[in-house]
Design a binder for this molecule. Structure first.
Ligand code: LMR
Length: 395
């Protein structure tokens, strides 16, 4: 049965983790997968998370099943974080949210719901988008098309071209938008651009699917959710996926939320029932630990305050690194990297060729994907000078 299967190449991002682990160069740097690293190259457990875990260890008195919806209070608290406490969609009870294993689980569960709603579902994704969007949505049977987004030559968003294509999209199709910290480009829509996009979606009756994996890593928790909040205020229906991997540093715990904005409160129970049935048929129930941690943090003022400070620290370190990268490259005679300081979140394209990417790995043990996307959160005051000198060498 399995004899004809041939080994597949490693996932480009996860393959880097293996190649990096085998490299013995003490100066090696992994800028592949998007994880925050401190000055020692470690991905620390946030102290708010540690405290919540201690509480769990002390107080949790059962490991009995919670059910396909997972932790209901967690999902409610996450909706408040995403939308802000008094958002009209929350007040009108038009938000159906459910715990999932990470943002990936949320994307897949939403995709399965969408293919239940009609025979052919088409979603338009940005060119480029996060590579895993394609299998997560496509494997559920959704057809995927692209709208123009990042201009590699000018290091900016091709906004007019994006709008022109959105204006041609047939009614009822979906458009996937990154709420903030666009992965892989780091180029985000301004608030004025969000308004224009939502005007088009409204006029064309296009349903937005907002992926928010980096809330708090761009400008602030509120600013980063601007697009999601606008969509939920102005449009009758929307889909969203939220991840706690980055902002709570809970990567391997797999914590996320899938959500649907419905036209009215009466549609929430049927939507939840379908989501729960889909979950039961894929993985039955989500893992509890990570969601319980987030619930404890968000429901206790002191712990929440501490988490907010830790999140701010990560955000500021990334922004500082972006600025230092630009100034060090400039001092080495390369003035073309100013865009890195304008972009947001974990990622930016360096704008070098795949051959140059390979030379960085071979000559300096610096690993990134062929597209030249770097995980800016993997750089810091200690390794940045070496990184910049190595880049200058291959330019
Ligand atoms: C990334 O793009 O590096 C992250 O979203 C992690 C992942 O799972 O790909």
């Amino acid at each position: 049965m399995f004899t004809h299967l041939e080994a597949l190449p490693a996932d480009p991002l996860l393959g880097i983790i293996e190649r990096f682990a085998k490299d013995t160069n003490p100066q090696k740097i992994d800028l592949g997968v998007g994880v925050y690293k401190d000055i020692n190259g470690q991905t620390p457990i946030l102290s708010s998370v540690k405290q919540a875990e201690a509480q769990l260890l002390d107080q949790q008195n059962s490991k009995a099943y919670l059910g396909a919806r997972g932790d209901i209070q967690f999902a409610e608290l996450m909706s408040e974080l995403a939308f802000g406490q008094h958002h009209p969609a929350l007040v009108a009870q038009r938000v159906a949210g459910l715990q999932t294993p990470g943002g990936c689980g949320a994307l897949r569960v939403a995709a399965e719901l969408l293919v239940r709603t009609k025979d052919e579902v088409t979603i338009w994704v940005s060119d480029p988008t996060w590579a895993n969007h394609i299998p997560l949505l496509g494997s559920a049977g959704i057809q995927i098309k692209q709208y123009p987004y990042y201009d590699y030559d000018n290091k900016s968003i091709k906004f007019q071209q994006m709008l022109d294509v959105l204006q041609q999209i047939p009614e009822g199709d979906l458009v996937l938008l990154h709420a903030c910290c666009h992965n892989p480009s780091g180029a985000d829509l301004s608030q004025a651009q969000w308004q224009q996009v939502v005007d088009v979606l409204e006029a064309r009756k296009i349903v937005p699917f907002i992926d928010m994996a980096y809330q708090g890593f761009g400008e602030s928790l509120d600013d980063d959710a601007f697009g999601l909040r606008l969509v939920a205020e102005r449009l009758p229906e929307a889909v969203f996926a939220v991840s706690c991997s980055k902002n709570f540093g809970l990567y391997r715990e797999r914590v996320g939320v899938v959500g649907i904005i419905t036209e009215s409160a009466s549609q929430v129970p049927p939507v939840i029932s379908h989501l729960a049935q889909i979950v039961r048929g894929i993985y039955s129930m989500p893992p509890d630990h990570g969601a319980a941690i987030v619930r404890l943090i968000l429901s206790q003022a002191e712990l929440k305050q501490q988490w907010l400070q830790e999140l701010q620290h990560m955000r500021e370190q990334i922004q500082q690194t972006r600025e230092s990268l630009v100034s060090i490259m400039s001092s080495l005679g390369h003035d073309q990297f100013g865009f890195v300081a304008q972009e947001k979140g974990m990622f930016s394209f360096l704008g070098i060729t795949p051959q140059q990417v390979h030379r960085l790995a071979e000559e300096s043990a610096i690993y990134l994907v062929d597209s030249s996307r770097i995980n800016v959160a993997g750089l810091n005051v200690k390794n940045l000078p070496y990184f910049c000198e190595s880049v200058a060498k291959i330019l």
